[in-house]
Design a protein around this ligand. Structure first.
Ligand code: NAD
Length: 416
């Protein structure tokens, strides 16, 4: 396949590779190319200036053979139905790889949250949820945060859904604040999962975590928390970035201070004693570990040859195109794919759902221990498949995920 990849092109190509390796029934392969259900909605809200504005949103439910649909909601000006469909498909494989009883879904609203007030975002969220209300629910489809949505957004979702039902239903959404049934450890879960994978990958390469040089693209929920955990574990964070650009400091920077700087100025750029650089330059820095934690299609055939990291752990979904994948593999880079590396978020979302359904509250130690067990098991399962099949970690993870979903489909059968 030549040319520019969309997220959906990437997801379909990955599915094709997995289907070929698994010698998957062509009917099941065909079935998995498409979501089970898609709903597109027009969200009309009153803006602060009194005008009415219409935003387009969607919810894509890819596959629920292994359990209720699960997946985040993204607010971004570039959101498209194709992108959300790809993200929903990746959720299906991810839940299967980390072996939690969910299918895959995703939601998106095409908007620019940076230009909207809290009031506008609240009205947008509540109206969007009222429009997709029939599709979601604790046993149907459980949303969670993604790019530019957070715990506050999830609280509005819980409240809207509960008000419409007439009673409190915390288990209808995960990633909530602690005060309304959120789980300990959810905010850091994706990043902790990424770092458990990095640690396991480093062991395979005989690389010590202490002073390992790490670069992080994206300084939001996943990127900032990954940088913080890595710093606390003794890694040297030499570069980070956000949508405005990147910063580089070969001596290592303190991510806590960068976070304060970003809170004050709105960006990581111009941080003390650091050199500013572009996101493109950041990805090509000499380092041991690279964590892409922003958006899709960041590592492509254009820059893959210049990537110098020994380990890439995909905090973001779909940051690497299939062409780049091949090039990185040929260079001997150990790439921990998104559906394994960032599965810590959905894993603790699952823990949150279980706690809500059983009306329990686990300690942070319990949550993190269970998370570590799940991620290390998934890492080892993928690594073993990779060794047995003599395939890179991405193909191995896809074979495991797609294979488990196909097995569930075969077991359930088709009705009517
Ligand atoms: P976020 O909104 O908290 O942060 C996104 C960050 O990326 C921000 O710092 C933003 O400035 C930066 N960014 C945006 N465009 C960029 C660009 N072109 N170049 C560099 N940086 C850019 O989002 P998040 O929740 O941290 O999600 C980041 C990625 O991780 C996404 O791919 C998401 O799907 C994936 N992910 C998130 C979770 C989760 O629990 N939040 C779980 C699994 C995967």
């Amino acid at each position: 396949m030549e040319g520019r990849y969309s997220a959906l092109d990437t997801a379909l190509e990955q599915l094709r590779i997995a289907a070929e390796k698994l010698e998957l029934d062509t009917g099941i392969h065909e079935m998995l190319k498409y979501p089970k259900r898609t709903l597109v909605v027009s969200i009309n809200i009153r803006m602060d200036d009194g005008s009415i504005k219409t935003f387009t949103g969607c919810r894509v439910q890819h596959n629920d053979a292994r359990g209720p649909f699960k997946g985040g909601i993204r607010y971004h000006p570039d959101v498209t139905l194709d992108e959300v469909t790809a993200l929903a498909m990746w959720m299906t494989w991810k839940c299967a790889v980390v072996d939690i009883p969910y299918g895959g879904a995703k939601g998106g609203v095409c908007c620019n949250p940076k230009e909207m007030s809290m009031g506008e975002l609240e009205r947008l969220t509540r109206r969007y949820i009222s429009l997709i209300f029939d599709l979601i629910g604790p046993y149907r489809d459980v949303p969670a945060p993604d790019v530019y949505t957070d715990a506050q957004t999830m609280a509005w979702i819980m409240d809207t859904y509960s008000q419409m039902k007439g009673y409190s239903i915390p288990e209808c959404v995960t990633g909530k604040p602690l005060s309304v049934g959120g789980s300990e450890g959810r905010a850091e879960a994706t990043s902790l999962g990424v770092m458990f994978c990095v640690r396991e990958a480093a062991k395979l390469l005989g690389l010590k975590m202490k002073n390992a040089q790490m670069v992080v693209q994206g300084f939001g929920n996943v990127g900032w928390n990954a940088a913080k955990i890595a710093y606390d574990w003794g890694c040297k964070i030499i570069g980070v970035s956000d949508s405005s650009g990147g910063i580089y400091c070969p001596e290592g920077l303190n991510p806590y201070k960068v976070y304060q700087h970003k809170t004050k100025t709105g960006s990581v750029v111009d941080f003390e004693q650091c050199k500013n650089l572009t996101n493109e330059e950041l990805l090509e820095l000499e380092c041991d570990i690279l964590v892409p934690a922003a958006l899709e299609n960041q590592i492509t055939k254009t820059n893959a040859a210049n990537i110098k990291a020994k380990i890439i752990a995909e905090g973001a979904n779909g940051p690497t195109t299939p062409e780049a994948d091949k090039m990185l593999n040929e260079k001997g880079v150990l790439l921990v794919p998104d559906i394994l590396a960032n599965s810590g978020g959905v894993t603790v979302s699952y823990f949150e759902w279980v706690q809500n359904l059983t009306r329990e509250h686990w300690t942070l130690e319990e949550v993190n221990q269970k998370l570590e067990n799940k991620i290390v098991k998934a890492f080892n399962d993928v690594y073993k498949t990779s060794e047995d099949e003599e395939e890179p970690m991405r193909t191995a993870a896809l074979m495991l995920g797609v294979g488990r979903v196909a097995e569930a489909i075969r077991t359930l059968g088709l009705w009517p």
